[in-house]
Design a protein around this ligand. Structure first.
Ligand code: NAD
Ligand code: TYD
Length: 357
């Protein structure tokens, strides 16, 4: 049996998947990585442009709901490890169009589980311990009041079509462990932020709007709380779960960074004022904040108790929120072309140029 893993990463062209693949290339350059991504609006091949020629990396454009494609990849590539990121991930989109969430998040996860079950149970894994790691969210646990934390035993209580679809997929993954003995692990993490995040999510949206002098929409009273996790801390946690986690276990991953949304928006504004000076209006960027109609069913507070992953695997977050925002703002300032191409849609042509010749 070999130690070198052959990893199927799904959704590797998205925000967390791309950060994860970069981390893996640096940490384990001899591991093979096959990135299966449909390139929806959220997938951007440019996120991985710098490693596109790497001999241990390959990209396949495809849908995780397509059983023939997924089965073919398992057999052809002899997959022994799955890191499953691919999903529809934006709560607001799940409110206006839930169908894609049911399809990709539930049917897609089922399709991957079936492929892994068939391939691994027939004894085809090349490593002693194959691993199916399902990346999920703290949103499956519902909404907290002023106090308390989500632990791995908090009952599921999803409230948006997004979180309901993720909770369904978590249940399916657990069922494959108990029924078929599939070696699965689940991670439930809090809100990520950092490089490559699509500018529909709060932090990059606020960055982009404030750079353009546009209003900064804060839903409701701005006092909803999220526990912010720097994406590179999250990716490191996933590596620990692959290497040291136990099959059938779920691990909560949080940043110990609870913030109200208004605090987050204020900090981004202040950071930009400090780095760039005041905008032409002469007003601090905070003056662009506009309180808008609240999101339907807006969960009030998420907060993770990450004691289990610390005790079992020795992982804890390294980056404070202030450090993480500093790094993130610097990244977005240095990569304004990346944001501009997303906003004007030209990033979508990159695949055609690169792969359709
Ligand atoms: P993202 O929206 O940035 O990226 C999703 C990726 O999946 C894209 O590259 C997209 O093209 C791909 N994809 C979508 N549907 C597909 C399909 N049917 N087949 C193949 N590829 C498909 O998402 P993200 O923020 O990187 O999140 C990754 C995972 O982490 C998701 O499962 C999400 O639920 C989970 N998660 C994210 C956060 C967060 O704060 N971003 C927090 C908790 C959990
Ligand atoms: P988001 O980044 O969409 O992540 P999630 O809904 O998965 O937590 O939103 C983070 C928080 O910011 C959430 O409480 C909703 C709020 N929000 C705004 O106030 N304004 C915005 O424009 C967006 C996109 C989000």
């Amino acid at each position: 049996m070999k130690n070198r893993r052959t990893v199927l990463v799904t959704g590797g062209c998205g925000f967390i998947g791309a950060n994860f693949i970069h981390l893996l290339r640096n940490k384990y350059p001899d591991w093979r990585v096959i990135n299966l991504d449909k390139l929806t609006y959220a997938g951007n091949l440019k996120n991985l442009q710098s490693i596109s020629e790497d001999e241990n990396y390959s990209f396949i454009r495809g849908d995780i709901c397509d059983a023939a494609t997924v089965n073919r990849i398992f057999s052809a590539e002899k997959i022994d490890t799955v890191i499953h990121f691919a999903a529809e991930s934006h709560v607001d989109r799940s409110i206006t169009g839930p169908a894609d969430f049911v399809q990709t998040n539930i049917v897609g996860t089922f399709t991957l589980l079936e492929a892994a079950r068939k391939f691994w149970i027939e004894g085809n894994s090349q490593v002693k311990e194959p691993c199916f790691l399902h990346v999920s969210t703290d949103e499956v646990y519902g909404s907290l009041g002023e106090t308390g934390y989500f632990t791995e035993t908090t009952p599921f209580d999803p409230r948006s079509p997004y979180s309901a679809s993720k909770a369904s997929s978590d249940h399916l993954v657990n069922a494959y462990f108990h029924t078929y003995g599939l070696p699965v692990r689940i991670t439930n993490c809090s809100n990520n932020y950092g490089p490559y995040q699509f500018p529909e999510k709060l932090i990059p949206l606020v960055f982009n709007n404030s750079m353009k002098g546009k209003s900064l929409p804060v839903y409701g009273d701005g006092k909803n709380v999220r526990d912010w996790l720097y994406v590179k801390d999250h990716c490191q946690a996933i590596v620990e779960v692959v290497n040291k986690g136990r099959s059938g276990h779920c691990y909560n991953i949080g940043g110990n960074n609870e913030k109200q949304n208004i605090e987050v928006v204020n900090l981004i504004c202040d950071t930009l004022d400090r780095k760039l000076g005041l905008p032409e209006s002469g007003e601090p960027r905070r003056s662009q904040i506009t309180f808008v109609k609240d999101r339907l069913g807006h969960d009030r507070r998420y907060a993770i108790d990450a004691a289990k992953i610390k005790e079992h695997l020795g992982w804890e977050p390294q980056v404070s929120f202030e450090q993480g925002i500093e790094k993130t703002v610097d990244w977005y300032l240095a990569n304004q072309k990346w944001v501009a191409e997303i906003v004007d849609g030209s990033y979508e042509q990159y695949y055609e140029e690169m792969y359709s010749k």
